[in-house]
Design a protein around this ligand. Structure first.
Ligand code: SF4
Ligand code: FE
Length: 502
């Protein structure tokens, strides 16, 4: 396994092409807009080596029996699934932001079971290739980005009917050595500080879109790969420290638009090529794994928000007020609710034909839908407790200014025992965690709420629920003779009708 320092050094050896703020970055590792995200991902390496978190951050490979970083592990039990959620909460508590490495982890787990089933149907060799790739990740401890979301263009049109056929990633050439792909992937969490990217289709596909049914692994610095880093709310704050809020780990994951301009992929790294009928299955399984996560990582982030709100109240001298305590209880309740959902969908996981485990799909989608609501409510309560100062506090430069600095010090004092600079730090942390980009990530990361609702309706067995109601109300004839024997005097008219008939 790599240490955090080795991970950071390994990024320096890559030739990753990254543009941000209109410039190509020479040294992205130490660049202030990128470094916090690197620090967050580095914690997934550091914690694997810490005795108190080793049990959650590491696992034993089912391929070699060797201890590996859990972010390269294939789940083989419900215990594995539960430990993943506990791991995400533990890391989230330390970063207070996204640590990015889960997306690729979910990608390899989804592809593991799907490639097995493609091979069963078509006699292909994708599963062996994927297993070799997992082995490679376990041996190198590389970070792999999960590259699913295509730009999608006109959402009412399928991939092949777009005005520009490149708006979804597709195969443009096949030859004896491999394939050439073209297109782009959007919202790429952690990709600029990953070693590799795992390309997957973004939607269920029809036969006419066969060229878009492609899954493969590509180094992030392969020829033709260009990353254009996204802006975040208040990202120029990263150039200061006190104003930044979460100076070490930043806000959410550091996303990029990644362009694939005729990128060659050798066959050994191709895990789906034309099997359009499996694209939907892959998207669903990946989505289930990633939605499972959100009560874990956001549970950890929620813990930090609760702590920051309670600290802010203490600094204002109102920690003992009953309405503050009530709001804090509500925030804890909501945090534990999303965490409980993640644990539940993991505990009810089931084996797939490959032997790898998949979470309960219905409960995984419920988890993520709850996160789209509860994190907003937790943030609302945190802002309520934090006060209007979250939106009006002067900058760090004013705090340090020779003339107005002492005035800021004097008039922004809360409880007499609390240094103003400490109050600054907590308020900026709250602003950072409850502001724009952080909340949008909870809404749209792992798919927008509507995507979860579609899955919930599909998985929710509505017909079964209607049947329950019809049976109990007598709308439907009850044929259950055992029930009849137990309650011979049941006034239920359908029973009576059945008795009379008999
Ligand atoms: Fe992991 Fe959460 Fe970030 Fe997704 S949002 S990559 S689950 S930390
Ligand atoms: Fe995310």
């Amino acid at each position: 396994m790599m240490t955090a320092e080795e991970y950071i050094e390994s990024l320096r050896r890559l030739k990753t092409v990254i543009y941000a703020f209109g410039e190509r970055l020479d040294d992205f590792v130490d660049h202030p807009v990128i470094r916090p995200h690197i620090n967050a991902a580095a914690l997934t390496y550091a914690m694997a080596g810490e005795p108190q978190s080793e049990e959650l951050l590491t696992a034993f490979s089912h391929l070699t029996g060797i201890r590996i970083n859990r972010f390269t592990h294939i789940h083989h039990s419900t215990e594995d699934l539960v430990k993943k959620v506990r791991m995400l909460r533990a890391v989230g508590q330390r970063t207070g932001s996204c640590f990015q490495r889960c997306v690729g982890h979910d990608g390899i787990n989804a592809l593991y079971s799907v490639t097995y089933e493609i091979d069963q149907k078509y006699g292909t060799t994708y599963f062996r290739r994927l297993r070799d790739y997992v082995l490679h990740l376990q041996e190198t401890d590389n970070m792999v980005a999960g590259s699913m979301t295509d730009p999608k263009g006109d959402r009412s049109l399928s991939p092949g009917r777009q005005a520009d056929p490149d708006l979804y990633v597709r195969v443009v050439e096949r030859n004896g050595d491999g394939i050439v792909i073209r297109g782009a992937k959007a919202h790429q969490t952690g990709i600029v500080n990953s070693h590799e990217m795992l390309v997957m289709p973004t939607a269920a596909l029809a036969e006419e879109d066969r060229d878009y049914a492609v899954a493969c692994a590509v180094p992030v610095d392969a020829p033709g790969v260009i990353h254009i880093f996204g802006r975040q709310t208040n990202d120029d704050r990263k150039f200061g420290r006190l104003d930044q809020g979460n100076a070490c780990y930043g806000t959410v994951g550091g996303e990029a638009l990644t362009v694939l301009d005729n990128v060659f992929v050798p066959w050994e790294r191709v895990f789906m090529c034309g099997e359009y009928d499996f694209a939907g299955m892959l998207v669903e399984r990946f989505a289930c794994f990633h939605r499972q996560n959100y009560g874990g990582c956001k549970g950890g982030v929620g813990d930090v928000m609760v702590g920051a709100a309670a600290a802010a109240a203490g600094m204002n001298g109102v920690a003992g007020a009953s309405h503050i305590k009530d709001k804090i209880v509500e925030m804890i309740h909501l945090t534990e609710t999303v965490y409980s959902c993640s644990i539940a969908c993991s505990a009810l996981g089931r084996p797939t034909p490959s032997g790898a485990y998949l979470v309960d799909p219905l409960l995984a989608n419920v988890t993520k839908l709850n996160v789209t609501r509860h994190i907003y409510e937790i943030a609302r309560l945190a802002q309520d407790i934090g006060g209007g100062i979250l939106a009006t506090m002067p900058s760090e430069k004013d705090l340090r200014h020779p003339e107005v600095g002492p005035l800021v010090q004097k008039y922004l004092k809360g409880a007499a025992s609390v240094p103003v600079e400490d109050r600054y730090r907590i308020i900026r942390l709250l602003e950072n965690m409850t502001g724009g980009t952080a909340l949008v990530e909870s809404m749209h990361g792992a798919g927008s709420p509507q995507a979860q609702k579609v899955m919930i309706l599909r998985q929710g067995n509505l017909a079964g629920k209607v049947a329950l109601a019809k049976k109990l109300s007598g709308v439907e004839r009850c044929e259950d003779k055992a029930c009849l024997a137990r309650f011979p005097s049941c006034p239920h008219f359908r029973h009576t009708a059945l008795q009379e008939k008999e």
